[in-house]
Design a protein around this ligand. Structure first.
Ligand SMILES: [Zn+2]
Length: 76
């Protein structure tokens, strides 16, 4: 079966470099970035009683920031 060359919209890895690539309305997210997103969503800053700020978490699309992103995920 032939697959088009698809890339994660967050880290720009191709579908050959990741285990899973999930398609959205405007892009794709790989399993690694999805884990990072889940961590952001489930993490509540310690000591804060207030609900999480209603600010969007912006994940830049450049590959350079993508490396930073993966470093941040694996640093905990
Ligand atoms: Zn990714």
């Amino acid at each position: 079966m032939f697959f088009r060359k698809l890339r994660c919209s967050f880290c720009r890895r191709s579908n050959n470099d990741v285990e899973k690539l999930v398609a959205g309305a405007r892009g794709y997210i790989c399993d690694r970035c999805a884990h990072g997103v889940m961590r952001i969503i489930t993490d509540t800053p310690p000591g804060s009683d207030a609900p999480a700020p209603k600010q969007p978490v912006v994940l830049p699309r450049t590959s350079e920031v993508g490396r930073t992103w993966h470093f941040a995920v694996s640093s905990r």
